[in-house]
Design a protein around this ligand. Structure first.
Ligand SMILES: [Fe+2]
Length: 488
């Protein structure tokens, strides 16, 4: 069934991302001076391009290009603070790997209306996922609250800083200068655009706008031009940070974190209703009216990996599932206050949707977040998932990175130790290689002893051996969210 959805409906629904229900019984495992708060510190300005210092190993031959990474980096102004980790101003980082083995870093804030307004006011005032509106905030549409702080893709030659409840932000891929909000079609201006679009191996992008029980499905060509935008009905209004896709189907996971009203901060709009279970809606890419619905036990999640289909019609995908959404409600707001709120560990899990309508959920014992895969196999059968993990009980963020092998049921992991905060790692295939994991995984940590951001490269087939090469900046950037590698 296709239904119509007006821009006014979506704007009035104000699908912002997040919210902080601050419970009085928060269990504090940290303090305002806990060492890990370096990973949630403020950056006061843009970072001009500069060389990184190689501190270990040798740069691998053939890794040439740029790792773009996005994440919040400014949370506090004038004695006020963002109410949630998801609401800080986006800082776009560019880690550039040159063919002479050197690496460079530049970073630039997303120059959003939100950031401009708060700089002028001298305080954090714009409402968000978990931040209340402050005095003087003027919000006339979703992009007035857009932090452009979650992820990044390169599409049609444009670097797009992604949030989830407003437009992509166009940035220059060389200078990182903000060029303005991306409008694919004037009647679609300011519509939400999830920070986790699914990109087919040929470059076609699928994404969703969410508004209650309605989703707009975006289809964008490899050249960056809009091919189609069509609404579909959803069986429930559910919080959704990510979805997934096979080569033929969109796979939309509807957790029982239900939007039953609209309020700001947005997280206050959501209620956890585990008795309703989790649903998975499968939609045919070629005909969005063709759909199947599967039922699973209740779980919460932020991130999924790519899906694929097997010869018997089974659809499989993995994700990092949580027993409840407590991290989004209490854990992530606590980080900004320097408080470690203990929340259920995310576990890497496999979900199978069988042709007979039965669905199964099989968790591993691996605590994991930020699942990434070989992008050349997006929507196709694969065996490996890159993830961060190796959490410690007294730390709110990851300390290790691994590659899980679904065939062997084994994790090839490396523990950086308690003195590192580990960010998402991405897989980069080696040119000319065909094996699924022939290539590197690259990403950052915050080294708490050196008080510096580090850039690491691993052989993706031998992660437990440790980094092949590590470079270090002279300063620490806060922990970011998501990135993408663009080959030179
Ligand atoms: Fe995400």
């Amino acid at each position: 069934m296709t239904i119509t959805l007006s821009r006014r409906q979506i704007l009035s629904a104000g699908t912002l991302a997040g919210a902080a229900l601050l419970c009085p019984d928060i269990a504090l495992a940290g303090s305002a001076t806990a060492d890990w708060t370096l990973g949630i510190a403020d950056v006061e300005g843009d970072i001009a391009p500069r060389a990184l210092r190689r501190v270990a190993g040798r740069a691998p031959t053939g890794l040439v290009g740029t790792l773009y990474r996005n994440g919040p980096a400014k949370f506090r102004r004038g004695g006020t603070s963002s109410g949630h980790w998801f609401d800080g101003d986006g800082l776009m980082r560019a880690f550039r790997f040159a063919d002479d083995g050197t690496a460079h870093l530049a970073a630039r804030f997303a120059d959003t209306p939100k950031r401009r307004q708060e700089a002028k006011l001298g305080r954090m005032a714009v409402p968000g996922f978990g931040t209340k509106s402050g005095a003087g905030a003027i919000v006339s549409g979703p992009d007035d609250t857009n932090a452009a702080n979650t992820s990044v893709i390169l599409s049609g030659g444009e670097l797009l800083g992604l949030w989830e409840a407003g437009s992509p932000l166009r940035m220059d891929p060389v200078t990182l200068e903000t060029k303005g909000m991306k409008t694919y079609r004037t009647d679609l201006a300011q519509l939400p655009f999830l920070a986790h679009p699914r990109v087919e191996p040929d470059g076609r992008i699928w994404n969703l706008s969410l508004s209650g029980k309605t989703a707009l499905v975006w289809r964008i060509g490899a050249n960056g031009a809009l091919e189609a935008a069509q609404t579909i009905a959803l069986p429930r209004a559910s919080y959704m940070h990510d979805f997934t896709a096979t080569a033929r189907h969109l796979v939309i996971v509807l957790q029982p974190w239900i939007q039953d009203k609209f309020s700001l901060p947005f997280v206050d709009s959501l209620s956890w209703r585990p008795e309703q279970g989790t649903q998975v809606l499968v939609v045919d890419k070629d005909d969005l009216t063709r759909r199947r619905l599967f039922e699973l036990p209740a779980f919460s999640f932020f991130h999924l990996a790519d899906a694929w289909e097997e010869s018997d019609g089974t659809i499989r995908f993995d994700g990092c599932i949580e027993a409840t959404p407590k991290f989004g409600i209490e854990g992530a707001p606590g980080l900004v206050r320097g408080e470690h709120v203990r929340t259920p560990m995310p576990l890497l899990a496999m979900i199978a949707l069988h042709a007979n309508g039965h669905a199964t959920l099989t968790p591993t014992s691996v605590a994991a977040e930020f699942p990434r895969t070989n992008a050349r196999l997006a929507g196709l059968p694969r065996r490996h998932t890159v993830h961060v993990g190796l959490y410690r009980p007294d730390r709110p963020l990851a300390q290790g990175v691994g590659v899980w092998d679904w065939g062997k049921g084994r994790d090839d992991a490396y523990d950086f130790g308690a003195r590192h905060l580990v960010e998402e790692f991405v897989f980069v295939p080696r040119a000319g290689a065909s094996a699924e994991m022939a290539g590197w995984i690259i990403g950052n940590t915050v080294n708490l002893d050196a008080r510096a951001t580090e850039l690491h490269v691993f052989d993706a087939q031998h992660v437990s051996r440790g980094p092949m090469c590590t470079w270090r900046a002279d300063f620490a950037l806060p922990v970011g969210f998501h990135g993408t590698f663009v080959s030179a």
